[in-house]
Ligand binder design. Structure first.
Ligand code: PEP
Ligand code: MG
Length: 602
């Protein structure tokens, strides 16, 4: 493998040199296309004093950026109005009005003049002042404008700094997106074609961007250092999401080789699908339920195709993210939930209430930025603070429960008190629905995600007040091991088989069993065929995962005995490090599957 080169080194070589870069493969598959580099980070803003004679040109620079922003917003308004209707388009009109508002422009211009500072600094100061003023209003409508000011200021800043805006959904030819980082909302807006692959500098194996890429069957490699600097626009790239590498400027022979690999993978995947209609039962007759995690209703087809037995996790916040900046109405919530429940009948559909905040955009509801968002106003906490928004979702969920087998699940519960508070809110909504004569399922099951270490530790107590548990390992690992799940710098420490994790998982499964409630796992750990043996051995009987992982996990389930898995889990629990456990588990699986996990052992 040739060593990575950077821009400086590249300038002395020809543009046809083959270069390979290593990252983390987070969404399997091979994609071949031409690079499109996008930068999403807004550079830091510094206060730069300017000379008196430069003040006028600085004001002009700001006014030009303002004009450009207004034009962009009006163009966006037209586009949105054509594709989504006037109601949505009015948001952008409102943003254009802020840009045109003389008091906004004057304030920034005056700051540049009086304080003799750069436009970026003046803009950010004015943005802060306006946000503070709007936040102090009693009127909710005015308070909600804080998000608009932030949005508009960011756009102006981007134009001031000359960073190109990309409307990714507009790209019409086959491309590989090369980015410093991508938000889940960027990713969710990708059309499956023409964008054929993703490569980023940032991110983690279980970041939501990675999860979405997998859902879209978009081969993706993340954590490639400086990739936006070492690749040029339009260079041909092979993205190998299986191995976690990208090849820039491949030779025709390499392209040929990768195309034939794609065919081989497709054949292997087709073979795996042969088990679609057989149940997931171990050789000693333990029945395992394999369910689907979905983010977008469009994934229902995949859930059916790969043989999911219901939806174990619908990440409802993506309903919000795809509608942002608007909040979904009660009818939009209701229609989505009813449709999902009816589509998966007679199986269950577990709908998780909004898990916004953290790294998942929640601009419209958050208002201000947090220093530590992952430990901040996120998920259930955010929803309980914004009761009106939350009640809209809960009312719709209760109403939809009359039409199918729906269960409600709350994210990021850290203790009993939070669970009691939200259950009180649900009782209030039930009373309202009773008064209005609106039907709902009176036996509706209410469960929680176990993804905060405190919840896992007191799982026995929570089990007395919760109808079911779903272990969310993506966050449980993050919070237990103090590893930001989206941070490429510490991704090497993100270890699902860490002894602390295995003990927590075992404790939760045991507590659920003792209390007689169901325990599932819907974190990415549940989708890994190697880990499946340990999890079965720990007593897990419900796995929920991205639909395309179901066939391979089912193959493992059908090939093993629970009693062997228990032996593997018991031995793993005695080991001291994640590495020791991993080596031991891999070795045990290799003995059972000498030809690899795709083929069944003799
Ligand atoms: C988890 O944390 O494991 C989980 C399933 O939720 P999310 O990935 O959406 O945070
Ligand atoms: Mg989570």
């Amino acid at each position: 493998m040739p060593p990575p080169t950077d821009r400086a080194a590249k300038s002395s070589t020809t543009r046809s040199d083959v270069r390979t870069y290593k990252g983390i493969g987070v969404s399997p598959g091979i994609a071949i296309g031409r690079a499109l580099i996008i930068e999403t980070r807004v550079a830091s803003i510094y206060r730069v004093p300017i000379r008196e004679e430069d003040v006028q040109s600085e004001v002009t620079r700001f006014l030009e950026a303002l004009d450009k922003t207004r034009e962009e917003l009006l163009e966006l308004k037209q586009k949105v109005s054509r594709s989504m209707g006037e109601e949505y388009a009015s948001i952008f009109e409102a943003h254009a009005m802020i840009v045109t508002d003389a008091s906004f422009a004057d304030k920034v211009a005056q700051k540049i003049e009086f304080e003799q500072v750069n436009a970026e600094w003046a803009l950010s100061e004015v943005e802060e002042e306006l946000q503070a003023r709007f936040q102090s209003f009693d009127d909710e409508y005015l308070r909600d404008r804080v998000a608009d000011i932030k949005d508009v200021s960011e756009r102006v800043l981007v134009n001031l700094q000359g960073i190109a805006h990309h409307d990714l959904s507009e790209i019409k030819h086959d491309v590989i997106i090369i980015a410093d980082d991508l938000t889940p909302s960027d990713t969710v807006h990708f059309n499956r074609r023409p964008i054929v692959g993703l490569v980023t500098e940032g991110g983690g194996r279980t970041s939501h961007t990675s999860i979405i890429a997998k859902s879209l069957f978009m081969p993706a490699v993340i954590g490639v250092p400086r990739v936006t600097k070492v690749v040029d626009n339009d260079e041909t790239i092979i993205v190998d999401g299986y191995e976690g590498i990208i090849i820039v400027n491949p030779t025709p022979a390499l392209i040929e080789e990768y195309l034939s690999r794609t065919t081989r993978h497709a054949e292997a995947e087709k073979k795996l699908l042969e088990n679609r209609d057989v149940p997931a039962v171990t050789r000693d007759s333990i029945r395992i339920s394999l369910q689907a995690n979905i983010e977008l209703p469009e994934e229902l087809d995949d859930a059916v195709k790969f043989g999911a037995e219901g939806i174990g996790l619908y990440r409802s916040e993506f309903l919000y993210i795809s509608k942002s900046p608007l909040l979904p109405t009660e009818e939009e919530h209701f229609n989505t939930y009813r449709m999902l429940a009816e589509a998966v009948a007679p199986n269950w559909c577990v709908i998780r209430t909004f898990d916004l905040g953290g790294k998942k955009l929640a601009r419209e509801v958050m208002g201000s930025k947090e220093d530590n968002p992952v430990l901040g106003l996120r998920a259930l906490r955010l929803c309980m603070k914004h009761r009106d928004m939350f009640k809209t979702q809960l009312r719709a969920l209760l109403r939809a429960s009359a039409f199918g087998k729906i269960k409600i699940m709350f994210p990021l519960v850290s203790g009993v008190q939070e669970l009691r508070q939200v259950k009180t809110l649900i009782r209030e909504i039930r009373n309202e629905l009773d008064i209005e004569g609106i039907a709902y399922n009176k036996e509706l099951q209410i469960g929680i995600m176990i993804e905060v270490p405190s919840a896992a530790i007191i799982a026995d107590v929570l089990a007395t007040e919760s109808d079911f548990f779903a272990i969310g390992t993506n966050d449980l690992i993050q919070y237990c091991l103090a590893i930001d799940r989206s941070n490429e710098n510490v991704s090497y420490l993100y270890e699902p088989l860490h002894p602390a994790l295995l003990r927590l998982i075992k404790g939760v499964i045991d507590a659920g069993k003792r209390a007689g409630i169901q325990v599932s796992m819907c974190g990415e750990m549940a989708a890994d065929p190697i880990y499946a043996t340990v999890l079965i051995g720990l007593g897990l009987e419900i796995f929920s995962m991205n639909p395309s992982s179901i066939p391979i996990v089912k193959n493992v389930v059908r090939a093993v005995r629970y009693r062997d898995c228990k032996r593997i889990a018991d031995t793993a629990l005695l080991k001291k490090t994640a590495q020791e456990i991993e080596e031991y588990v891999i070795e045990s699986v290799a003995m059972r599957f000498p030809e690899g996990l795709v083929n069944k052992p003799e």
